[in-house]
Design a protein around this ligand. Structure first.
Ligand code: SF4
Ligand code: SF4
Length: 386
């Protein structure tokens, strides 16, 4: 197994499951299940014992490995600098071994089947993929400066579609030159990779790269931080070198267009998406957007930026739901934390976070106090009231 040589180095101090303050539990799976085996360090020990034949393959072992949300808190906070960068890579390699053995949880099998057979985890027709853009007057990609990539959640999920429509129409209003692929778009593969199916991920990446290159795409704006991560950091390994931007970065660059947008005073707190923040160290762009809006007050949660608590939707869990719900689910803990700031809006920059946190607000009966809006939805709502 790749990275097997680092497994014995973990000395189980446990810092990897905490934020920098050591005051909370910041590994979503440990937070939810409260058993040491669901902590990052213990996963290293489990993998080592499994590779050494001391424990057998079992559904329980699979559940433990596949409940990781790939949030990277452990990489950020592990105290052992010599191997911490490969902590998550080792876990993904372990998942890969289970994928090869066919020993994955049923929900993971179902997710991968959806991607293999339908090109999307919703198992919906590829022909419907561009429906999210209906009525917006967006044009197919034909050599514009950017390709706007909506992704599976932005294309098929109702909450994701709302966000894709807000972000793309705002970019259009602000004069950004872009086109979309519509029904020709395909899954970016980031969750497939995080679930350990490296062969399928390579196939998806190569197909996308070929499509982008043959269309002359040089610059990409992604709605999702997950697609941003895959295209920016993984596609170059297969020859796909593009200038990849998350939509918050394009908005941040264009905020002179938003400076005149006034509105009622609004208290906002921001939830850092793991694949934008910890995976790519982009903490500033979304905050630049919010701080540039007149009458918007940004209030940080105790856990912000590199200490942010994941919503629990990463690493495939948005679809597989191995973490499950309940009061200790990361999304519900996170919205309680957001509500404690006194913010009226929980701002997000990822369609998966939007859906996870919106559902959690309903489960917590916080709808009267707090609502989830993405950066573009906030700007558009304030523009409409001008
Ligand atoms: S912080 Fe690093 S060394 Fe300590 S338990 Fe976690 S993975 Fe192991
Ligand atoms: S990546 Fe996140 S969920 Fe996975 S083991 Fe590390 S801290 Fe826990």
């Amino acid at each position: 197994m790749e990275h097997a040589e680092i497994l014995h180095r973990c000395f189980r101090c446990g810092y990897c499951k905490l934020p920098g303050s050591y005051l909370d539990l910041n590994c979503p799976s440990y937070l939810k299940f409260r058993f040491e085996t669901y902590s990052p360090g213990a996963r290293m020990w489990l993998l080592r014992a499994w590779l050494d034949g001391e424990i057998q393959t079992s559904p329980h072992l699979s559940d433990i490995l596949f409940s990781c949300a790939a949030c990277r808190n452990c990489v950020e906070h592990c105290v052992f600098t010599k191997f911490k960068d490969d902590l998550l890579n080792a876990l993904i390699a372990g998942r890969g071994e289970l994928v090869n053995e066919g020993a994955v949880p049923p929900m993971v099998k179902d997710y991968l089947e959806g991607i293999r057979l339908y090109g999307n985890p919703y198992k919906l027709p590829e022909a419907d993929r561009g429906n999210w853009a209906e009525g917006l007057g967006l044009v197919p990609y034909a050599g514009q400066e950017y390709l706007f990539y909506a992704g599976c959640v932005g294309s098929y999920d109702g909450r994701g579609q709302k966000m894709a429509r807000a972000a793309s129409s705002l970019l259009k209003d602000w004069g950004v030159s872009f086109g979309i692929l519509g029904a020709d778009e395909r899954c970016d593969g980031n969750e497939v990779r995080a679930l350990g199916e490296s062969g399928l991920f390579e196939m998806i990446a190569r197909q996308n790269i070929e499509k982008f290159q043959s269309g002359g795409v040089k610059k990409i704006i992604t709605l999702s931080p997950h697609a941003y991560h895959a295209m920016k950091n993984e596609y170059p390994k297969f020859g796909g070198v593009f200038q990849v931007y998350h939509y918050s970065q394009i908005l941040a660059k264009s905020m002179e267009k938003g400076r005149h947008i006034s509105g009622k005073p609004l208290r906002v707190t921001f939830h850092d998406p793991c694949y934008l923040g910890r995976h790519n160290q982009e903490y500033l762009a979304p905050r630049q957007v919010l701080r540039a809006l007149p009458s918007v007050e940004l209030i940080e949660m105790d856990r912000a930026m590199s200490d942010a608590l994941c919503c629990g939707g990463g690493g495939g869990n948005f679809f597989t739901d191995i973490l499950g719900g309940g009061t200790d689910s990361p999304a519900r803990v996170r919205v309680r934390e957001a509500a404690e700031t006194g913010a009226q809006v929980l701002a997000v920059a990822c369609p998966k976070c939007a859906k996870m946190l919106e559902d959690a607000i309903k489960a917590e009966n916080l709808e009267e106090k707090l609502r989830v809006m993405d950066l573009a939805e906030i700007i558009k709502a304030r523009s409409a009231s001008n």
